[in-house]
Design a protein around this ligand. Structure first.
Ligand code: NAI
Ligand code: 13P
Length: 318
């Protein structure tokens, strides 16, 4: 059975590469030139340099070809997903749609599975998330991710696991998608700490309090605490806050150091911080780190003001 990946960025391409170990994969790029170049050269040099696409990966810019598959992975940036689903709703009817994006849609405040349910009620929505850099997956390094699917996830788990990509299953879609979205916000904050020269001890404190913040809002929104402490939450938090491979971490590090950052790079945590700050007000949840990241990204405060504000909060029980 063919699987399709929609979105030929770093992650979509890496997923296509690993899934080709199981059978044919269609990789859809919205840009016809990019699809033709991938087909011709067998590489996606711009997004995933140095990786050869297996022959079982067929690149196309034809959305009707790409949506012939029953199982379709959505690997575009989160803020693009709602528009994409609306545009192609007819072609996606009745399919299994696996969101691979990490974030919260800023306009609606919804995560990927709610967006899928709203745009394609007859589709089955799932989410694939957890600690994995595209380059690691594409190189065949061992990786473990969470596959969240409200029902009948076992066959999907088998279909999307490969010899090097091990999937763990859950029915807690809310927990999985919120963990993946929120860790990006904390990763930006961890980057700020390192960029501003505040040290590894401060980063450990930030990660721990960040995890508490993630868990507070996620459980208030219906997530299970154990999902937050699994691969999609704690696992991805650790990876993204400690690796310079992470774009969210690198963006934060530039912010902390007062340096410019290439705005063409995908940094999901900025929009997510804004979206979650709005959700936090609605649920009356205290989220000082997300609020601070929004203010910093919008240049409303300086790094030293942000640090001062966090350190001067009232002392309380852990
Ligand atoms: N790169 C990584 O290591 C990982 C990325 N992710 C997630 O995957 C998602 C995508 O990230 P990357 O692939 O890394 O981004 P990327 O920046 O490498 O590529 C984004 C791709 O999306 C395409 N795109 C943009 N708007 C689109 C639209 N409206 N319709 C179709 N395609 C569109 C762009 O042309 C580009 O090819 C993000 O939510 C990210 O958090 C998750 C795990 C790992
Ligand atoms: O989600 C990721 C790793 O699990 C990738 O992180 P970045 O988007 O910060 O690069």
């Amino acid at each position: 059975m063919t699987v399709s990946v929609l979105g030929a960025g770093a992650f979509g391409t890496a997923l296509a590469v690993t899934l080709a170990q199981n059978g044919p994969v269609t990789l859809w790029a919205r840009d016809a030139d990019q699809a033709a170049l991938m087909q011709e050269t067998g590489r996606n040099e711009r997004r995933l340099p140095g990786v050869n696409l297996p022959r079982k990966v067929a690149a196309t810019a034809d959305i009707s070809v790409a949506t012939e598959a029953e199982t379709i992975l959505l690997a575009m940036p989160m803020q693009q997903m709602r528009g994409f689903l609306a545009t192609h709703a007819d072609l996606l009817r009745g399919k299994t749609l696996v969101a691979c994006s990490k974030g919260i849609d800023l306009e609606s405040g919804q995560g990927p599975t709610a967006l899928i349910a709203a745009a394609s009620p007859s589709a089955r929505g799932a989410i694939l998330t957890g600690p994995s850099f595209a380059a690691d997956i594409a190189r065949g390094l061992p990786t473990a991710l969470t596959l969240a699917c409200a029902e009948d996830g076992e066959a999907l788990q088998r279909e999307l696991s490969t010899p090097t990509l091990r999937l763990y299953r859950t029915t807690d879609t809310t927990g999985a998608e919120l963990g993946g979205a929120l860790k990006n916000v904390i990763a930006i904050a961890a980057g700020v700490v390192i960029g501003a020269g505040l040290g590894d001890s401060a980063r450990a404190a930030l990660m721990t309090r960040g995890f508490a913040e993630m868990s507070r809002i996620a459980t208030a929104m219906g997530a299970r605490a154990e999902t937050l402490s699994g691969l999609s939450g704690f696992g991805d938090l650790v990876l993204t806050c400690t690796s310079v491979q992470s774009r969210n971490f690198r963006y934060g590090r530039a912010l902390g150091a007062g340096e410019d950052f290439d705005t063409s790079i995908t940094v999901e945590g900025v929009a997510t911080a804004k979206a979650v700050s709005i959700l936090a007000q609605k649920h009356i949840i205290d989220m000082p780190i997300a609020t601070m990241i929004t203010a910093l990204a919008d240049r409303q405060i300086t790094v030293s003001e942000a640090v001062q504000a966090l350190l001067s909060r009232p002392l309380k029980e852990e």
